[in-house]
Design a binder for this molecule. Structure first.
Ligand SMILES: NC(=O)c1ccc[n+]([C@@H]2O[C@H](COP(=O)([O-])OP(=O)(O)OC[C@H]3O[C@@H](n4cnc5c(N)ncnc54)[C@H](O)[C@@H]3O)[C@@H](O)[C@H]2O)c1
Ligand SMILES: [Zn+2]
Length: 385
């Protein structure tokens, strides 16, 4: 179990907020708080295994432009050499081709096993370069510095790294825990508004699956949360705790961890059919949540009150904006390429009548799912709980 989160540490660089412990003595220290990025140099220098010769900053062009200089200064102050790996921004960059390119660049630059890769950015650089760190020389040390809401409350913690295939999301990957995750809440101030809104879907998801207080807190503060005018630290800390607790209990997704996929079975199918363009991950997840709650209601696990309540929350956060046209049958077909499919059956993560817990079911009627997808892509879903 993750220790309770310390968000008011005065000695931020040396005191992790909590430490996650996994099999084979693997540990991941999470450091979270305002201004944490300027401590990155000392946090990288003091990694277990000795001082690295070189830190490879792996990021996308946008993040490099806004936050790269603070990170470089901090690493240089700590006496580390820096090498850059930079990709263009966007989900369509989460490809095997970029993995191959990055591995080649590391080899040509003479990167060594003892070097450390610092993945700076949202879930795209985090997942992609995390996979590079898992693969290069069978694994080099990894530090995650998440800069989006999605990455801070979700993707940087738990060790899932990888890339998409044109056939489906996250179909290639590995488990590679970061040695350290450095979460600086102030980096979110530069996040474009639409990215912020998309990230709130994962926070709401954490509330639905495991933390009723977090869900209700979001309901009360949705307006201020959308406009950044509430104190974010405690909500972010609560959302991070949900992720940490779940991956700590079920590192390899044999049970509980599957709950994190709420909204993702249909969300990933929407994202894939959209070609990873024009529909952000979090936006797709919000639609997935709206649809999967309706599935739960159809089979009697949830009810119309919960469906409406969750819709209201997601809409007040700025989510569930109309979708661009998508092929409903293609969305349905994609569901079967999801990693959660077992023996041809889709394992759905479904909410109950109140936020705070979910169950996994694999016996939903095909017709109901198809009808739901049609209603969604034709813009009829929100009127039909
Ligand atoms: N590994 C996991 O457990 C896990 C969990 C959740 C999501 N994910 C993955 O995460 C990805 C989505 O991540 P994302 O939403 O962070 O997308 P992203 O990494 O593409 O970032 C979104 C956009 O915001 C920009 N950006 C990032 N940080 C910024 C900042 N501080 N200021 C200004 N611009 C900034 C980026 O350049 C990009 O244009 C998906 O591929 C999803 O599958 C993985
Ligand atoms: Zn997600």
């Amino acid at each position: 179990m993750a220790e309770s989160m310390n968000t008011s540490s005065t000695d931020m660089q040396s005191e992790p907020a909590f430490v996650l412990k996994f099999a084979h003595q693997i540990q991941c220290e999470v450091h979270a708080g305002n201004g944490m990025l300027s401590h990155a140099g000392s946090l990288v220098r003091s990694l277990a295994g000795g001082v690295p010769k070189r830190a490879i900053i792996a990021t996308d062009v946008n993040v490099r432009a806004v936050h790269g200089s603070i990170l470089v200064a901090s690493l240089a102050d700590a006496g580390l050499q820096v090498l850059w790996l930079t990709i263009p921004a966007g989900e369509e960059q989460k490809t095997l081709a970029n993995v191959v390119d990055a591995l080649g660049r590391l080899a040509r630059a003479g990167a060594e096993r003892h070097d450390v890769l610092v993945a700076l950015g949202g879930g795209v650089p985090g997942d992609l370069f995390g996979y590079v760190a898992a693969s290069y020389m069978r694994g080099i040390r990894l530090v995650q510095v998440p800069t989006t809401l999605v990455a801070q409350v979700d993707s940087s913690i738990g060790g899932k790294v990888g890339v998409d295939l044109p056939e489906g999301k996250n179909l290639v990957g590995a488990f590679k825990h970061a040695d350290r995750v450095i979460i600086d809440y102030t980096l979110l101030t530069t996040l474009p508004h639409d990215e912020w809104v998309a990230g709130t879907a994962e926070v709401a998801k954490h509330g639905v699956i495991a933390d009723r207080d977090l869900f209700e807190w979001l309901e009360e503060s949705a307006e201020g949360w959308r406009t950044h005018s509430v104190e974010l630290g405690p909500i972010l800390a609560a959302a991070i705790q949900v992720k940490a607790r779940i991956v700590q209990e079920d590192e390899r997704e044999t049970g509980l961890r599957m709950h994190l996929n709420y909204g993702h079975t249909l969300g990933h199918a929407l994202e894939t059919v959209a070609g990873y363009r024009g529909l952000r991950h979090g936006e797709a997840v919000a639609w997935g949540m709206a649809m999967e709650a309706r599935l739960a209601s159809r089979v009697g696990l949830s009810n119309a009150d919960f469906v409406r309540r969750q819709d209201r929350l997601l809409q007040s956060l700025g989510l569930l904006a109309p979708l661009t046209p998508l092929d409903a049958d293609a969305v349905y077909e994609r569901l079967f390429l999801d990693k959660k499919v077992k023996a041809g059956r889709i394992r759905w993560v479904l909410p109950g009548r109140q936020p705070g817990n979910v169950v996994v079911r694999d016996d939903l009627p095909e017709g109901v799912v198809r009808e739901l997808i049609h209603a969604t892509v034709e813009g009829r879903l929100l009127e039909a709980p």
